[in-house]
Write a protein of this length. Structure first.
Lengths: 615, 293
């Protein structure tokens, strides 16, 4: 068994920032990640990092834009923490050598982005995430944090008191991809999940193949509620054939969207009379699909994004990477012709419920980055707000886990304080997916010890034993291949839980997920090897996707209103009287339980009043 | 090392392996499913073969732990072709439809994570960035040469990472601006100068293509030297630090080993002018030594 003060799971932007922060506090930190850090999906982020750095801008304005963008479903303490800390964190990156794009005077450049009242998006060409990821990895190397790369975390070692709020996380169980060894990692102070989003639950996504929401699924099964999972961002400009992202930076720099009739539809069809192409992402995605659905799409599938008028010099200076992506993945020369684009799954606003210090309701368990929900993004994330979230909340979680003195959080976690329970109107039985082979429900739920009498090391050891058994069973039984199940799941999610949602489609999705869960009971791994068995790991990831897809759909079916990225045919308007509340879903040992917690609109100095959201 | 095995036989051998694995609890339904699935797979492959619009790929296979794969060989797969299909797409298709044990690293599918550099038809390329339509058939896909093969297309990257770490790959300025919110200034020209060098995605294609690296295991290699270049040329770092960086790269297994064959530059999927960067550092090293001579 390995032992450290702080174990960080995942090595993208949030994980690296958390590890560096914890190390700076003097903690013995290790990162455990299924990918080598530089392979993390943070590297694919293109557009930029919002930070109120300049004269004429303020963190208050950034917070206002973010709250409006969230359609008033963000929690003010989290949003204000993001916007206050982002400038320092961006300058920290610059002090670490990040190659930002620069102004003539040598200062960091900023550009306009959707939903922003000031051009506050700092960037490095159209490869900001790559530059951020590598800069932080460099600092990680400098700091000497130990990295267990290509170690796939299979589960958390959490005690099993009845109420999740009484449980404690003592470490993780991980699988060494190269050797097949299953080992325990005991965390003396805390475990920080920084495992990214569940984009692979959908079949047209900008997300990497590795984005399978592992941390979310593990935390959920260990008792931590998932928050606002129905809010999935569909980015308006992904390439139709592959889902590869074309940065919002293209529109930020002046790129224009056209339909098949050559209309600049964002204005001409009245979707966003003020901001046009730079309306919030949910607005633009709905506009594009409406154009396609009403017969004005190109090939009945997509619209055009044109940046030719920006001129070669400006494109090469600020958007060069976009030219490569359009050429390599769609065969289009962005200097000569418009690029085909359509909405693609891009980001999960919801995730593991945390407060603004990254704590979950389980003691010693933290989450930061896309896998977490503090909540900063509410019902819709603004472009350029994901990267600051990684560094601001990664740092806060890292510091807190390492024992630094911090202001107590204002946001409540778990079933404490004010909340209400609700019924789920599902056409099928939810949850209880059976398990791998005949593994018992306890091992499946991620909780291992009885009562509080067992010492911490044996809690991790018992979790290790349960995972070994599961791996052995998967490797030795016969059954179907997981890829069929995954592919069907992705198809139904993209069909029914997309930009436009309706009751019957969502119910059908729950039926399909039920069927997929039942079939998953018969999965087996046909590669018998203990060496680099990706068949095994993807089979385990597929289980995680099933749990998360179900959570997304339950939330979407229950929320009968239109807010941010979540649109319902039966109720196409925002209902503040009824729905200014977060959707919470607890695993409840295999019988998902739905409940709600009020949104916190009271900021430090002011209360954010929900207004009509127009761009 | 090429032992071409017809696909039909390979399916048979997979079945044999499964039948002999110990401690298995065979459920009847699952068994039926599996048999049905294999039948489906075989039919799909037959259909794909019969269909003219398929691509034939030949993939290197090796697993030290599995008896049937201990002897390296090539497996052939016929994959239905769609416009825009990449080498990575074909590998994923073959894995998901024909042989789940087919193993390769991949993640982002968009040439930024650097996981899927392979030796494709005789040169180092990223699988996700290589269109099948640009290649002669059968497309031959092998692991990166000059690196230890872990399994199938997966190579051991540890040595590559060690070389990257050996150049002290982190920004290290002498001083920082006083104000907490004040950035260091960097001219647009200087940012432009280091821009290409910051695009490295650590895929290892350059190192694998380099004859010198193949013969001298301690050679830092193009990627690590490029990393050193990225910092040595950054005006935000101090002069003393630059000298230290030059000392690292002018050592015995550093820049002077490069014989300007340009193979690294040719294969770099991010178009980084690696050879030029190495030459420029040679000049810098000479200049700085002259100061002391």
């Amino acid at each position: 068994m390995y032992e450290h003060d702080v174990i960080v799971v995942g090595a993208g932007g949030a994980g690296l920032r958390a590890a560096i922060a914890a190390k700076n506090e003097g903690a013995d930190v290790a990162i455990v990640s299924k990918l080598h850090p530089v392979r993390s999906h943070t590297g694919a982020a293109e557009g930029g990092i919002n930070a109120a750095l300049r004269e004429g801008d303020s963190w208050e304005d950034h917070a206002y834009d973010t709250m409006k963008g969230s359609d008033y479903l963000g929690d003010a303490p989290a949003i204000e923490a993001l916007c206050k800390n982002s400038p320092n964190e961006v300058i920290q990156l610059e002090h670490w050598g990040m190659a930002f794009s620069r102004e003539e005077d040598g200062r960091v450049s900023q550009r306009p982005f959707g939903g922003l009242s000031f051009p506050r998006t700092t960037y490095a060409g159209a490869e900001t995430g790559h530059q951020l990821l590598h800069t932080m990895y460099e600092q990680l190397v400098k700091s000497g944090v130990q990295v267990y790369d290509e170690w796939h975390v299979l589960n958390l070692a959490v005690t099993d008191e009845e109420r999740p709020e009484d449980r404690t996380c003592h470490g993780v169980v991980a699988y060494d991809v190269q050797t097949g060894e299953v080992s325990g990692f005991r965390a003396r102070n805390g475990v920080i999940l920084a495992t990214g989003g569940p984009g692979q639950a959908f079949d047209h996504t900008t997300n990497a193949v590795s984005c399978t929401g592992d941390g979310q699924a593990m935390a959920y099964r260990a008792g931590v509620p998932l928050e606002d999972m129905e809010f999935i961002q569909f980015h308006p400009t992904s390439l139709p054939s592959t889902g590869v992202l074309i940065s919002e930076g293209v529109r930020g720099e002046g790129g224009i969207l056209y339909n098949a009739e050559g209309e600049r539809f964002m204005f001409e069809r009245g979707y966003a009379n003020n901001d046009g192409e730079l309306a919030s992402r949910d607005v633009v995605s709905r506009a594009e699909l409406t154009e396609v659905n009403e017969g004005r799409g190109i090939d009945d599938e997509y619209v055009h994004l044109d940046m030719r008028h920006l001129g070669e010099e400006r494109i090469l200076d600020r958007l060069e990477n976009i030219l490569h992506l359009a050429e390599d993945f769609e065969g289009v020369d962005g200097l000569e012709e418009p690029m085909p684009v359509k909405p693609g799954q891009h980001y999960a606003m919801g995730g593991i419920e945390t407060n603004e210090n990254g704590e979950t309701c389980v003691n010693g368990l933290y989450a930061a980055g896309e896998c977490a929900c503090a909540s900063v993004h509410g019902a819709n994330r603004l472009g350029g707000n994901a990267l600051p979230e990684l560094i601001v909340f990664g740092k806060r979680a890292g510091k807190h886990a390492a024992g630094a003195e911090m202001e107590p959080a204002k946001i409540e976690t778990g079933q404490r304080g004010e909340y209400e329970t609700a019924e789920i109107d599902s056409p099928v039985t939810l949850g209880e997916p059976g398990s791998f082979g005949d593994a018992d429900a306890v091992a499946d739920g991620g909780t291992v010890a009885e009562g509080g009498s067992v010492d911490e090391t044996s809690i991790v050891e018992r979790a290790v034993e349960a995972e070994r058994k599961k791996v052995d069973e998967l490797l030795s039984s016969d059954g179907i291949h997981h890829s069929e199940v995954r592919s069907d799941l992705q198809t139904t999610m993209t069909r029914h839980v997309n930009v436009f949602r309706e009751e019957e489609g969502l119910k059908q999705a729950l039926r399909d997920i039920r069927e997929a869960r039942d079939r998953y009971e018969d999965v087996a791994v046909s590669d018998p090897s203990r060496t680099f068995n990706t068949d095994l790991l993807q089979t385990i990831e597929t289980r995680n996707l099933l749990d998360l897809a179900e959570a997304i759909t339950i939330g979407a079916l229950a929320r009968e209103e239109f807010r941010g990225a979540h649109w319902r045919a039966e109720a196409p308007e925002r209902k503040d009287d009824e729905w200014l509340k977060h959707t919470m879903l607890s695993w409840n040992d295999g019988t998902p339980e739905l409940w709600y917690r009020p949104v916190i609109l009271e900021g430090e100095d002011k209360t954010y009043e929900p207004k009509t959201r127009s761009y | 090392m090429s032992t071409q095995v017809p696909k039909g036989e390979e399916v048979e051998s997979t079945t044999d392996e499964a039948a002999s694995s110990p401690g298995k609890q065979r459920r009847d339904t699952a068994k039926a499913d599996r048999a049905g699935q294999q039948e489906k797979q075989r039919e799909a492959e037959e259909r794909a073969k019969a269909n003219e619009d398929t691509v034939q790929i030949k993939v290197f296979r090796y697993d030290p732990e599995v008896e049937a794969k201990q002897e390296p060989r090539f497996d052939e797969f016929h994959v239905p072709f769609e416009k825009g299909m990449t080498v990575l797409d074909s590998l994923m298709y073959a894995r998901d439809h024909y042989d789940p044990s087919l193993t390769f690293r991949h993640s982002c599918r968009q040439a930024i994570c650097g996981s899927d550099a392979f030796f494709i038809n005789g040169s180092q390329r990223l699988g996700c960035k290589t269109q099948l339509s640009d290649l002669d058939e059968p497309v031959r896909i092998e692991p990166l040469p000059h690196q230890d093969v872990v399994k199938d297309l997966v190579v051991d990257m540890d040595h590559f990472y060690e070389q990257m770490h050996a150049v002290e790959p982190y920004f290290d300025p002498d001083e920082l601006p006083d104000g907490e919110l004040e950035e260091q200034r960097q001219s647009r020209a200087n940012r432009e100068k280091i821009k290409m060098s910051t695009r490295c995605i650590w895929c290892g294609a350059c190192m694998s293509s380099c004859n010198i690296a193949a013969g001298d295991n301690q050679y830092l290699g193009p990627a690590a030297i490029n990393k050193a270049y990225r910092f040595a040329m950054d005006e935000r770092e101090g002069e003393a630090r630059k000298q230290e960086r030059l000392e690292i790269i002018e050592q015995e297994h550093g820049v002077w080993r490069c014989q300007t064959q340009f193979s690294c530059t040719e294969v770099c999927p991010k178009d980084i002018p690696l050879t030029e960067h190495i030459q420029e550092l040679k000049r810098e090293a000479v200049k700085s030594n002259l100061k002391f001579w």
